[in-house]
Design a protein. Structure first.
Lengths: 315, 273
């Protein structure tokens, strides 16, 4: 077909278009309406529920984020992957950025769990926290994705546990009596007014710790951690906080400066029997592959949400 | 690895959706990864809580002469003092929660965006207690030990018959002399070593290591493991570099252990990627 034919809009279709992709539920207007309804009433659109329950019943192929190795291992434990589940919440911060993050994640979590319930799952493993950079003012999207799994011969869990570890690690932890059960969030922000004082330094030429500012910052951080503990309370007895994000900002003009400290901590909640002996034997192994060994290299974090201290600050 | 599918009752109950009521032991916080958590427990320890110490520090002013190799001792002192403050606050927090020690300590430095003379130093790690209350794992003077080793390394270290005492560090901020114009002109077209540069970097690194080693000596350590040397210029003028040495001072475990009981590592060729 020449470029001239394109202008004419001639009927001949380009041969490369191929067959159209199949959707489960109607056209886009219909879908939009379903979604709107569902979000409003805190439930799932019918076509999502349908897809998940079909997958659970084995009528649709299962979908899993697992690698083949993980799949092989999970078979040993009679675990069946069901479907990928997700929860998203685009959240606008009105009065507080910090509290917005807490609310955003909690909503996303609830939505993901809803999907898992629809799939009749016992747990969601390999849960990752993601965001998409759209650079929209004072809002952000909070997304969680994971794989819903079912353990054969076990009734579905009305509140599926949420594990931020892969299926393989999940089982290893279960054997050791540790159940990763959810995600906990602690966030806190506070303002500090300088009241006409200069908090930066008294006499800029000498070395000195800034105690007022330091104590303020410590308080903010402690409060966030306390919140994290509060949030953990309902689901487990410990929290492995993998993400720490803090910002100390200074705003305002000379002699009327204010400092904003905000801190977010996110962690995996675990439920474990304390002082319980770990039954595993551990063997020392040396991997013989050059530079490729999965035993040596750092696993890239699968969450992409916050720049943590580790990434920003050098020692 | 214990073979088979022995999942403890408590875990099974949780998966069915049964919650255990109340947590008599309280809730711990930690920045462990799950594997770290597992291995710390395997080593016979339990996490008690996250210990954080931070210090916001104003760096003093120091001028270096343009053409001289010299240590910037005001800055060296500041970088050391600030970290020490952050660490001691972290340690105090650990003592408060009755921890035997802190593992996985991470030291970071952040610049405050409104003033490049203000740096924030953070020390963060997980306080742990020995599950059976063994008293022999405390650090120097009965204080909690500190270590920047990960949970996995901590387990391995104990297996090797050592225990951590204290994180030791040494800092040296150094000004590397600029080359004079005549010297620079003299080098045009020559392949030659810039000896004053070599010398400066050598010297600075040496000082940082010495200081760290001295700290280890004071902690009565046998050695220092996991030493890392960081070079950083925290937005200072070019030619000013900090050398920072940090590691964990260790001592042989008091519970005597014959070297032959340390398991041999096994060789594996992993097939996953």
């Amino acid at each position: 077909m020449s470029w001239f034919d394109r202008f004419k809009g001639s009927a001949s279709q380009p041969a490369s278009a191929g067959p159209a992709q199949q959707d489960f539920a109607g056209d886009s207007a219909q879908r939009a309406k379903e979604w709107e309804n569902a979000l409003q009433h805190h439930r799932l659109p019918a076509f999502v529920t349908h897809r998940l329950s079909e997958a659970a019943g084995g009528k649709l192929p299962w979908i899993a984020t697992m690698t083949p190795v993980e799949l092989a291992q999970t078979h040993r434990y009679r675990i069946r992957p069901l479907a990928m589940v997700s929860g998203t919440c685009w959240y606008h911060y009105g009065y507080s950025w910090t509290n917005g993050h807490t609310a955003g994640w909690h909503t996303a979590l609830r939505r993901m769990q809803q999907e898992a319930v629809a799939a009749g799952a016992n747990a969601i493993v390999d849960v990752r926290m993601r965001k998409i950079d759209m650079e929209l003012d004072s809002s952000m999207d909070f997304t969680l994705i994971g794989t819903a799994i079912r353990i054969e011969g076990m009734p579905p869990n009305p509140e599926p546990v949420v594990a931020t570890v892969s299926a393989l690690e999940f089982m290893r932890l279960l054997e050791a009596g540790i159940v990763p059960t959810g995600i906990a969030i602690g966030a806190h922000y506070e303002w500090l007014s300088s009241w006409q004082r200069n908090l930066d330094a008294q006499g800029g030429w000498s070395n000195q710790p800034l105690t007022t500012l330091g104590n303020f910052w410590e308080r903010v951080r402690k409060q966030a951690l306390r919140q994290l503990q509060q949030d953990t309370r309902t689901a487990g007895n410990g929290v492995l906080a993998h993400t720490h994000f803090g910002q100390l900002l200074k705003v305002g003009e000379q002699n009327n400066e204010r400092y904003l400290g905000r801190h977010i901590v996110i962690g995996t909640v675990v439920d474990s029997e304390r002082y319980h002996v770990v039954p595993h034997d551990i063997r020392h192994v040396v991997d013989m592959r050059d530079g490729l060994s999965p035993l040596c290299d750092q696993r890239p974090s699968s969450h992409n949400v916050y720049d943590t201290n580790q990434e920003e600050g050098s020692i | 690895m214990s073979d088979g599918t022995a999942i403890p009752q408590h875990a099974l109950a949780r998966l069915k959706g049964l919650r255990s009521e109340g947590h008599p032991g309280g809730i711990f916080t930690s920045d462990f990864s799950v594997n770290e958590f597992l291995l710390v427990r395997k080593a016979g320890f339990e996490p008690v809580g996250l210990c954080v110490g931070s210090c916001i520090y104003h760096l003093g002013i120091q001028y270096a002469s343009w053409s001289k190799n010299q240590e910037m001792d005001v800055l060296s002192q500041a970088m050391y003092h600030a970290r020490e403050l952050a660490m001691s606050r972290m340690r105090a927090e650990a003592e408060g929660m009755g921890a035997d020690g802190i593992v996985g300590v991470e030291l970071t430095v952040k610049r405050m965006e409104w003033d490049d003379k203000i740096l924030e130093f953070i020390a963060i790690g997980t306080g742990v207690v020995h599950a059976k209350g063994h008293p022999g794992f405390k650090g120097p003077n009965g204080k909690p030990f500190t270590s920047d080793l990960s949970g996995q390394d901590f387990w391995t270290l104990l297996q090797a018959g050592y225990r951590p005492l204290e994180m030791v560090m040494g800092s040296c901020v150094y000004h590397v002399a600029h080359q004079g114009m005549f010297k620079a002109l003299g080098n045009v077209g020559n392949n030659t070593e810039l000896t004053n540069y070599s010398q400066a970097l050598y010297d600075a690194r040496e000082i940082a290591m010495e200081r760290m080693q001295h700290e280890a000596l004071q902690a009565k350590a046998e050695g220092v493991v996991g030493v890392d040397l960081h070079e950083g210029s925290h937005n200072w003028q070019p030619h000013i570099i900090e050398f920072f040495a940090v590691g964990t001072a260790v001592t042989p475990n008091t519970i005597e252990r014959d070297a032959s009981t340390i398991p041999d590592p096994q060789l594996v060729l992993s097939v996953n990627n």
